[in-house]
Design a protein around this ligand. Structure first.
Ligand code: SAM
Length: 217
């Protein structure tokens, strides 16, 4: 069995031989959160969307089918995730509907006012200085563009022993405050209780949350 620190490092940035395995586990474990985020996002036909930290992009097909003429950009700082997501989504890339880049969300390689919607699932825990990332997200959003944060509640994440290794966990209230301090108008948050699963003989039930925020100007 892999040790907890190693699992935490792989979740932060999948790398090497274990990257495909951890991506498969994330796809399974984070499906309830993607279901919540994709159903909570206010999308319009023709929107240009950015996902930060997309993992292996298993959900791109579903996301691109939610409205007509969506264009999706993705950025992830794991080379392995960019490679896997690229290999699995060539049809969308070749048709000019999906653009993937390797890079970090504190230095986004996009022009100001590019996106109608930016979102990320299970990524904010790894931001040492959230303001550096939120500043960039704010910059690349169009006026009145929406930013959706997908996460699990701090209480439920603390049930997972690997989160003691380098995860910055937030309550919903704490994350809303961080968003507000960085100039966002915080809107609704959407909640869903995930199905139970067993980890090392213990029953665990995570609470998924999607927090909606808007660029003010
Ligand atoms: C825990 S995984 C979540 C993957 C997927 N969003 C999900 O929910 O299943 C975190 C992902 O975000 C990426 N990531 C973490 N910090 C990032 C950053 N600052 N910029 C870009 N990608 C980042 C990691 O490489 C990894 O693919």
């Amino acid at each position: 069995m892999k040790d907890l620190k190693f699992i935490a490092q792989q979740l932060r940035k999948p790398a090497g031989d274990f990257a495909a395995t951890i991506a498969g586990k994330m796809n399974e474990g984070n499906k309830p959160l993607y279901d919540l985020t994709l159903s909570s996002m206010n999308l319009n036909d023709g929107d240009t969307i950015l996902e930060i930290g997309f993992g292996n992009g298993f959900h791109f097909k579903e996301l691109l089918s939610l409205r007509d003429k969506l264009t999706l950009y993705g950025i992830d700082y794991s080379k392995e995730m960019v490679n896997q997501a690229t290999a699995g989504n060539m049809t969308f890339i070749n048709s000019g509907r999906l653009f993937l880049s390797e890079g970090s969300s504190n230095r986004l390689p996009y022009e100001d006012h590019t996106f109608d919607v930016v979102f990320c699932n299970m990524v904010i825990y790894f931001w040492e200085n959230p303001e550096d990332h939120l500043k960039e997200i704010y910059r690349v959003l169009k006026s009145a563009g929406r930013f959706y944060t997908g996460m699990r509640t701090k209480k439920s994440m603390m049930e997972l022993p690997f989160t003691q290794y380098g995860f910055n966990l937030y309550t919903v209230g704490e994350w809303k405050s961080v968003l507000a301090q960085n100039g966002f108008n915080v809107d609704d948050s959407y909640h869903k209780t995930d199905p139970c699963f067993e980890e090392n003989g213990k029953q665990i039930q995570l609470e998924s949350v999607c927090i909606a925020a808007e660029k003010v100007s």
